[in-house]
Design a protein around this ligand. Sequence first.
Ligand code: NAD
Ligand code: WQD
Length: 359
Amino acid sequence: GFESTAMPQSILITGGAGYVGSHTAAAIIEKQSDVEIVVVDNLHNAYRADGQKKPEPIRIIEEMTGKEIYFYDLDIRNAKALSRVFENHDIDCVIHFAALKAVGESVDKPLEYYQANISGTCTLFEVMRKYEVYKLVYSSSCTVYGEPEKLPINEGHPTGKGLTSPYGKSKFFCEEIMKDLCTSDKKWMVISLRYFNPVGAHKSGRIGEDPSGIPNNLMPFIAQVAVGRLNELMVFGNDYPTIDGTGVRDYIHVQDLAEGHLKAVKLFQQPGFSGFHAVNLGTGTGYSVLQMVSAFEKASGRKVPYKIVGRRAGDIAANYADVSLSQRLLGWRAIRTLDDMCADTWRWQSNNPNGFKKS
Ligand code: NAD
Ligand code: WQD
């Protein structure tokens, strides 16, 4: 009935000034303009221009949509500041993106990662419970599966085995915490979305991924080589048992990913929905590093020079999702192609060679 498809009035997005969070905020406003969006972010990995109240992605989304986004510059570990947000807004559900996410850095700074990702998450849950908000969408990762026992990976695959980074462990631990919460109190509704490899940018080319320093991930690295900011790509190993020896991953367009979050939020309205649900968000198809390079060259019309170097520590050969649960449970599947991912990344990168910082 009407009740079951009604949208929540107000959604809190933690880390909403970041890459996936900002695209999700935009997608929700574009598809569901009656929803109030409240973003909290401590700007650890997001940029606010001098003299602006709001971070650039938020300001630009407001400009594009003509809708106000409420923004709070706060750290999710600050329960008092977070409580004020719940006092000011009648939050129905939370989409929790805020976290540190650099896998390599987490090995050198485990405490910082556990602090932000685990303590921060627990503090958020305490505040949610205090204000009786029990609906949560969590940003998890395919990293919780570790080395795949078989491909494609479905949600029944064991998690937490042989994880090599504090980052990956923090995602696994948070899932365990959320399972325990759901066991302790049937009021909790948690959808843990296990992203595969998010890439791409908003169609407008005005918001996109804006890594600080040298990118850790493949797609932004390729894009910065194509635009002339970096000289050449280093391909980490060509002796994997894959189509061409380079690593294979399930790249998913951030717009598809964002729309998956909206579907998750809608599921909360379904009568009888409760408990913890982990759901893969991927396309189900894997591409190699060299396939990514040639797709990007085609989309951009630029050459992407590369050299083969040794394997990167902790990397796996191949990874791609079984996407049947996302279709069954969320009624969602990725619709954008690899060419879309490359074309949209290129539009963002070529229009904004230095990212959100104009110079
Ligand atoms: P991002 O760094 O762009 O966004 C995270 C945002 O959270 C940033 O704007 C940052 O400033 C903010 N933040 C960090 N710590 C905070 C804190 N303590 N308090 C308040 N705000 C804080 O990263 P993203 O790529 O958008 O990732 C979003 C989420 O998705 C993360 O939880 C990440 O682990 C998860 N994820 C990302 C990927 C990926 O490849 N991008 C894959 C799987 C899962
Ligand atoms: C993709 C492929 C590399 C950079 C990471 C996290 C994972 C999840 C998604 C958060 C691999 C190769 C890369 C480069 C290269 N994030 N590569 N040269 O490692 O699959 O996943 O992001 O949860 O947890 O680990 O993504 O983009 O780093 O690498 O050859 O300069 O590209 O070896 O085969 P990854 P990636």
